[in-house]
Design a protein around this ligand. Structure first.
Ligand SMILES: Nc1ncnc2c1ncn2[C@@H]1O[C@H](COP(=O)(O)OP(=O)(O)O)[C@@H](O)[C@H]1O
Ligand SMILES: [Mg+2]
Length: 379
């Protein structure tokens, strides 16, 4: 666990570039620091391995104040991957990976085995790559070696400062995927810096959005997307982003909570009047109209009711009790598939207790999408 407690940093007595920043990174967590250039991401990260010491505040690793640790020893136990890989050009791939194990005086055999194991892990068969020099590798391959080197002595913590920023989009995506697979096995504590929100959303268990040396919001990707804390976070996330991650959108996010209901005992005339007033063609039948939380019992439509107005019926007699509902936690993609498959114009949303909580209509979906697109174009 890494704890940053009221960390500040200013260089040469100038303005604070990190300003009273506090955050806790749990063991095994993948945390992404994101923010515009110059907001203090790299500085924050470098304070964790003491490449920079804070001006104020303290940093604890597993409860121990790192000020009291030997910086060199500390650094050797924290993997560090940066944008410009920093592979030594005159050393082979294998030697680069074995660098820190060598400093730790591992014997030659153990070092080599470890390097080969890691090369396999990052998808570079050692038979082919162990003896190569960095300039004989592509950018993506060099970055893989960088990751392998950071893992060499099996550190608990890995710091990654924009490691994939210089790569082309395809290689970048591939390395992101590989990193996630790796993390599934290794459960390292990872602090990852990026300025790319797509990358942050893809990788982070949690994301810290930074501005002017402060954290504006530190939350799960889902919370950052759905409940940005202020305008800057919202702007930074981009309003259309949620629509690019439909797997994070659930029925409860897109439904309208204004469900127009009618009680069992009401007449067709009353129901039709209510439909006109509210501008809807369907009402959902419930036990008591005014009650907030209750179970849906049936559905009536304007067309069916219009044939019944002259008769002495109530909603109980007329309602259709065969109707579809979905759970509020169903994701957007499944909702759309479900509605298309069943040819539904609208669908009722229920919670875990099967109470009615909302309605999703084709037009409400369209509205929200249009809103997102319009906001995007304006921005
Ligand atoms: N060694 C330094 N001396 C003076 N100013 C620095 C130094 N390192 C970083 N800064 C300043 O601190 C601010 C934050 O930098 P940095 O942490 O690198 O931002 P980021 O990684 O978010 O782009 C910037 O304004 C930068 O110019
Ligand atoms: Mg930086």
């Amino acid at each position: 666990m890494i704890e940053l407690k009221n960390i500040s940093k200013s260089f040469n007595g100038q303005m604070k570039v990190v300003d009273d920043l506090s955050m806790t990174i749990e063991k095994g967590e993948f945390v992404v620091l994101i923010g515009e250039s110059g907001c203090g991401k790299t500085t924050t990260m470098k304070m964790i391995n003491r490449l920079i010491d804070p001006t104020g505040g303290k940093i604890l690793i597993d409860g121990k104040d790192i000020r009291h640790m030997d910086p060199i020893a500390l650094r050797r136990n924290i993997g560090y991957v940066i944008q410009k890989v920093g592979l030594l050009p005159h050393m082979t791939v294998g030697q680069n990976i074995e660098l820190i194990p060598m400093l730790k005086e591992w014997d030659k055999q153990k070092r080599k085995e470890r390097a080969e194991e890691l090369l396999n892990l990052v998808g570079l068969p050692p038979a082919e790559y162990y003896g190569r020099y960095p300039n004989e590798l592509s950018g993506g391959q060099q970055q893989r070696v960088g990751v392998a080197r950071a893992l060499a002595i099996n550190p608990d913590i890995i710091l990654m400062d924009e490691p994939f920023s210089a790569l082309d989009p395809i290689t970048r995506e591939q390395l992101q995927k590989e990193l996630l697979t790796l993390q599934d096995d290794l459960h390292k504590t990872i602090v990852f810096v990026t300025h790319d929100m797509d990358e942050a959303l893809k990788l982070g268990d949690k994301i810290a959005v930074m501005k002017d040396g402060k954290i504006l919001q530190y939350d799960t990707p889902e919370e950052i997307l759905k409940n940005p804390k202020d305008e800057f976070v919202e702007y930074f996330v981009g309003k259309d982003r949620l629509w690019k991650t439909p797997e994070l959108l659930y029925a409860k996010d897109i439904m309208s909570k204004k469900v127009i209901t009618v009680s069992l005992k009401r007449s067709p005339a009353h129901a039709i009047e209510k439909m006109k007033e509210k501008g809807v063609n369907t009402l959902i039948v419930v036990d008591k109209e005014a009650q907030q939380v209750q179970k849906p019992l049936g559905v009536v439509t304007r067309r069916e009711l219009s044939h019944a107005v002259t008769h002495d019926f109530t909603m109980q007699d007329l309602m259709n009790t065969k109707f579809e509902t979905i759970d509020e936690s169903m994701n957007m993609v499944d909702v759309l598939n479900f509605m298309t498959e069943k040819k539904l114009k609208n669908i009722f949303v229920i919670d875990e207790q099967k109470n009615l909580v909302g309605i999703i209509t084709q037009s409400s979906i369209l509205n929200v999408i249009t809103e997102a697109v319009t906001d995007y174009e304006e921005a």
